[in-house]
Design a protein around this ligand. Structure first.
Ligand code: MV4
Length: 504
């Protein structure tokens, strides 16, 4: 394969992932091109880029999802390549194809691999034929209710109906008895149709309480494929991950070798090139089953970077330009423990409703072992148009226990005002005895009603805090009037934070 240097990259994304990609580009001397919607004119991803182009109104359909517009900007700006980030066009095979057809490098897998893994029944068949364990189920979409009934008869209940075009939990239905099968099938089909424009549904045996463990893989154009270990992603709510960590407490060295080799087989099965993730479900006997493949860089990639020391975006760019993987499986070194919290603007107490508005104050956590990836600054807006994730707070330490302490400390340091955040929820999880013991599955958040325990300060408490703050501020102003050196401003922020704050 010819090496094709990449000198300038258009990042077809926004927010923290666009900034994160630009940072590596800058380190590598690669120029960057940002695209932005009308809502994002002064967002950090625009300010981090060497050039920026407006691509339309705030709704994604009219901006970040416009393939032709984005490819046009890439060509006009003289970019050699497009990095799609995650979400938006990142797993759109037609986009990957259009980018390469336009003579540009797509920093991601071949469109054929995206297409093969995008159809979940096809993906299951493909990897099973390559020797990868899959959950018992059908490998063709269901043609009739009778077909579903036959599967249930031979495998027993409960079963799970899933959308063939799906992933991420949309269009899924658990069925635990025969009389629910017909209605569940019809509602799964109609949900799949409206979510994906594709009503095809298949059936799998339902695993009652699995863990979600995924493997990061890297593959180059010469057939070298390696894995970079696992990420434990069981702490999620409604298929939105909240906390991810590596290593997983249930994966020992032997299981890592086996699952890693299996992940590599799955990637090879679809001719995968670039960075990708193989998701597995793991049952309480530590049996593991292929779930799906994510053909993109993932939100939670930083925990893998901290534990392996490998910059995944740098690796993606090298692979995309035709270079050979710089290391073999044996050269991958795993060190310490990394954990990530997704800090989101949401009202946990009000059914996790997104909390939109301006971030009036933001003081991030820093210090030993902390990394933060964020795409919005103080004064920035959390709008209804995009994902409400504010920041990814990541902690590294030699051991899990120390990484959790570090995360706890960082969550305490973090101050955000103007929107509600899930920081108290993250703290409650980190401090939960079962979480600390490593004793949790994908049902952890459903089964532990942590939202109810995150009590904001009562009115009496808020008044007491406000009164003591007012008193202290008066005292401070008196003292400063005497010294007349320090501006009084420095204290007023402190006061309002204490009054408004949700700190535990
Ligand atoms: C399953 C399962 C149990 N049994 N499949 C959820 C998202 C989609 N990618 C697949 N998912 C699941 N598939 C079988 N046969 C349980 C889940 C599941 C889940 C998976 C990963 C992470 C969180 C989850 C939460 C609930 C259910």
């Amino acid at each position: 394969m010819n090496v094709r240097p990449i000198r300038k990259v258009l990042i077809a994304n926004r927010g923290e992932i666009a900034v994160r990609i630009m940072r590596t580009c800058r380190e590598k001397g690669i120029r960057t091109v940002a695209v932005y919607s009308d809502a994002d004119r002064s967002m950090p991803h625009v300010l981090h880029a060497d050039e920026a182009y407006n691509i339309g109104p705030p709704p994604s359909r009219q901006s970040y999802l416009r393939m032709d517009t984005i490819i046009g900007v890439a060509q006009r700006s003289g970019a050699d390549a497009i990095h799609p980030g995650y979400g938006f066009l990142s797993e759109n095979a037609a986009f990957a194809r259009a980018v390469t057809d336009a003579g540009l490098v797509f920093v991601g897998p071949p469109d054929t691999a995206i297409r093969a893994m995008g159809d979940k029944t096809e993906a299951r068949k493909l990897v099973r034929l390559a020797g990868v364990p899959t959950v018992p189920g059908t490998e063709e979409p269901l043609e009739s209710e009778e077909e579903a009934r036959a599967f249930c008869q031979s495998h027993g209940f409960p079963v799970l109906l899933k959308a063939a075009a799906g992933g991420g939990g949309k269009g899924m239905r658990v069925v635990s008895a025969a009389d629910q099968l017909g209605p569940a099938l019809r509602s799964a089909q109609s949900e799949a149709l409206s979510a994906f424009g594709d009503s095809r549904v298949y059936v799998e045996k339902y695993l009652a309480s699995p863990r979600h463990v995924e493997f990061q893989i890297l593959a180059d154009n010469e057939g070298n494929t390696i894995h970079l270990g696992e990420r434990e992603c069981s702490i999620q709510r409604r298929h939105q991950k909240v906390i991810e960590e590596t290593p997983s407490v249930i994966v020992n060295e032997e299981l890592r070798r086996t699952m890693g080799a299996t992940a590599v087989m799955a990637a090879r099965a679809c001719g995968y090139v670039n960075a990708g993730t193989i998701e597995f479900l793991v049952d309480d006997q530590r049996n593991f089953y292929f779930l799906e493949m994510n053909t993109r860089l993932q939100v939670e990639h930083p925990v893998t970077e901290l534990r392996t020391g490998i910059d995944l975006v740098a690796a993606q760019l090298r692979i995309a330009s035709g270079e050979t993987l710089p290391l073999t499986q044996e050269q991958v070194e795993f060190r310490g423990h990394a954990i990530e919290c997704r800090i989101c603007a949401e009202d946990v107490g009000n059914n996790y409703m997104p909390s939109t508005g301006r971030i009036t104050h933001l003081r991030p956590a820093v210090g030993p072992g902390i990394r933060e990836d964020r795409g919005v600054e103080e004064g920035g807006e959390i709008s209804v148009y995009y994902d409400p994730m504010i920041s990814k707070l990541v902690a590294w330490a030699p051991t899990r226990r120390e990484a959790l302490s570090r995360m706890d400390r960082a969550l305490q340091e973090y101050e955000i005002l103007g929107v509600k955040t899930n920081i108290p929820l993250c703290l409650a999880i980190i401090r939960h005895s079962e979480f600390q013991a490593g004793n949790f599955t994908t049902h952890f958040l459903r089964d532990n009603h942590l939202a109810g325990t995150l009590r904001p300060l009562s009115d009496t408490e808020r008044k007491a805090v406000a009164l003591s703050c007012a008193f202290l501020e008066e005292e401070a102003e008196r003292i400063m009037a005497l010294t007349a050196e320090v501006p009084t401003d420095g204290f007023s922020g402190w006061k309002s934070k204490r009054i408004l704050g949700m700190r535990q």
